[in-house]
Design a protein around this ligand. Structure first.
Ligand code: FAD
Length: 399
């Protein structure tokens, strides 16, 4: 079976759904291959407000409240000594970013994929991309297999790899540059009957530090909360022998979290995810580009993953539109410069979080520093205040 189209997108997660919807909106033919059946479970449930801008562009911002997704007004960090002052997005510079949502990914991702279909994208569910088809350096399509084991061939002018951390095309065409000391693992599950704060704090993300390298998240979702541990891959099994005991023991080691889960029951299996930070050396080439986790990934302590994923998808869609309008053979080297700037900025504050003796407190004490930190936490990382804070952090880290 051979199909021909303008653009093939591998992966129907937030990056693939966003890119394909926007490319179809611009008037091109798009086919999207997704290995799994939707809805499907996925980690990564806390949005930061900069995602709102992409949701607005996709025309789905008004639908977010239909899913009972908790409104997220801020984030609060706990040290082993106790809670820090919460950061509220209402303090952010851009009023479009004064709140966002915590999302059940099965619903959120299905909603984005439905939006792609509504824009004219043809989806091939249960279809797994196997490799990129190439003519010399140029990528010309994808070889795939469907749920019946039949081989399929998709010819396209451009291939986007949005297949997540697996990066089926990315791993062949580019090299992943890892970040030393951010080789973490995560174990996580959902719980019912947790104690949730009242009022504006009810939907906040809570981050509980265990030690310099390990922390737990608490993310309120419809009817349940998501709780996860992030720790160095070499050290995480010191908490226990199995994912269940690792998570139980980590929670037990954190009294401020434990008191919220005293009457709670686990409603899912305990999942394990690789949590290594990396970015692709090459973001694209002749006839291909990478988006979302296939392009890069940063430790989730600031919930930046979905923002980076949908932002890269927007850049990819715009680059393809521009290349098609320009004519000739489309090339995408260097298309994601703005993504790399955002990735770098998040990396610097992620590094600060994991640096022994580094404290955000002194920065947050003065008004401008606090403004800059809030802007970064919303994903509005290029404001003058965010720039100043990022430089201050970089200078402190450099010693
Ligand atoms: C422990 C952890 C916690 C996180 N917490 C947060 C958080 O709180 N907030 C946040 O914003 N981000 C978080 N993230 C990051 C977030 O999950 C990702 O950045 C986001 O899911 C990336 O979206 P994506 O579309 O690139 O990839 P994905 O969402 O992974 O989607 C990729 C899709 O491609 C499909 N696919 C894979 N291989 C193939 C193939 N060969 N053929 C066809 N289809 C294929 C998959 O089935 C999948 O549906 C977290 C990540 C981890 C590991």
């Amino acid at each position: 079976m051979t199909h021909s189209t303008d653009v093939i997108v591998v992966g129907g997660g937030p990056a693939g759904a966003t890119a394909s919807a926007l490319i179809a909106k611009a008037g091109y033919q798009v086919s999207l291959l997704e290995a799994q059946a939707f809805p499907r479970f996925h980690v990564g449930e806390s949005l930061i407000p900069a995602v709102n801008l992409t949701l607005e562009r996709l025309g789905v911002l008004d639908r977010m409240n239909d899913y009972r997704f908790p409104n997220k007004h801020g984030v609060q960090f706990f040290s082993p000594k106790g809670p820090g002052r919460p950061f509220y997005f209402s303090e952010a510079t851009d009023p479009r970013m004064h709140q966002t949502w915590q999302v059940l990914r099965s619903d959120f991702d299905a909603m984005l994929l439905d939006t792609a279909v509504a824009n004219g994208v043809t989806t091939f569910m249960g279809t797994r991309a196997l490799e990129a088809l190439r003519d010399g350096d140029r990528v010309t399509g994808i070889r795939a297999t469907n749920g019946h084991g039949e081989e399929m061939r998709f010819d396209a002018r451009v291939v986007i790899d949005a297949s997540g951390q697996g990066g089926v095309v990315a791993k062949r065409l580019s090299r992943r540059v890892g970040v030393a000391d951010l080789e973490n693992l995560s174990v996580f599950a959902h719980y019912s009957n947790a104690h949730i704060d009242d009022g504006i704090d009810a939907g906040s993300t809570l981050i509980f530090r265990l030690d310099t390298k390990s922390w737990l998240w608490f993310i309120p979702l419809p009817d349940v909360v998501s709780v996860g541990l992030v720790a160095p891959s070499k050290a995480i099994w010191s908490f226990g022998d199995e994912p269940e005991s690792v998570l139980d023991n980590a929670i037990a080691a954190c009294p401020h979290l434990m008191q919220r889960l005293e009457e709670a029951s686990r409603t899912t299996d305990v999942h394990v995810a690789r949590d290594f930070s990396y970015v692709a050396q090459d973001e694209g080439g002749e006839g291909w580009l990478l988006a979302g986790d296939a392009l890069g990934f940063i430790d989730p302590v600031y919930s930046s993953g979905l923002f980076l994923a949908v932002h890269s998808a927007e850049l990819a869609a715009d680059a393809i539109d521009a290349a098609f309008k320009a004519g000739g053979d489309p090339r995408f080297d260097g298309y994601a410069g703005a993504y790399r700037s955002n990735w770098d900025r998040f990396l610097s504050i992620v590094r600060a979080y994991y640096t022994e003796g580094f404290h955000f407190g002194p920065i947050a004490k003065n008004a401008e520093g606090r403004q800059g930190l809030v802007d970064i936490l919303t994903g509005d990382v290029g404001t003058p205040s965010a720039d100043r804070v990022a430089k201050e952090i970089a200078a402190t880290l450099a010693g």
